[in-house]
Design a protein around this ligand. Structure first.
Ligand code: HEM
Length: 133
């Protein structure tokens, strides 16, 4: 199994645990409902997407009888996806609880990094599965 596959799966499971704890905190005390954005995105961009990236990189090219186009791009995507997610959620939370507009703009910047990571996944997977060779 490639290193980036193992890493995606490790982070996915870690995000599941963190997001679940935040979910229970929100149920236990409404003051934590400000973390709803964090919870939902840790679940969907963290747990769900990272699991799909990891498992997808490992098995989809094999299903198609092809090699992954670029392991370097997949490795890069790992760092962009995780940095983007943590930065987006961290600065969103800082903006929410302090009311500082600049934090929200930084959160949006990390959100754009997250989108860049998604674009890398799309490119790598599309060219691997549907490219020539
Ligand atoms: C571990 C069990 C979970 C608990 C205890 C939990 C708890 C919660 C709570 C308390 C809210 C806020 C509800 C409100 O607006 O009052 C919420 C929202 C949300 N949760 Fe979870 N959740 C869990 C699992 C999941 C999973 C597995 C996913 C998706 C993979 C998920 C996705 C979402 C989303 C997208 C929202 C936002 C919904 C909205 O804004 O209307 N949650 N969750």
């Amino acid at each position: 199994m490639d290193r980036f596959v193992k890493r995606f799966i490790f982070m996915s499971i870690t995000y599941l645990l963190a997001a679940s704890i935040i979910g229970v905190m929100m149920l236990g005390n409404p003051k934590y409902l400000g973390l709803k954005f964090v919870h939902s995105h840790l679940m969907l961009l963290g747990w769900v997407s990272m699991m799909i990236y990891g498992v997808g990189y490992h098995i989809l090219p094999r299903f198609a009888g092809k090699a992954l186009k670029s392991k370097t791009l997949a490795e890069t995507q790992f760092w962009l996806a995780n940095g983007g997610l943590i930065g987006m959620l961290g600065f969103y939370t800082a903006a929410y609880y302090t009311g500082t507009g600049a934090y929200m703009r930084v959160s949006a910047l990390f959100g754009a990094i997250e989108v860049a990571s998604i674009a890398l996944f799309v490119y790598n997977m599309m060219t691997s599965l549907y490219g020539k060779s």
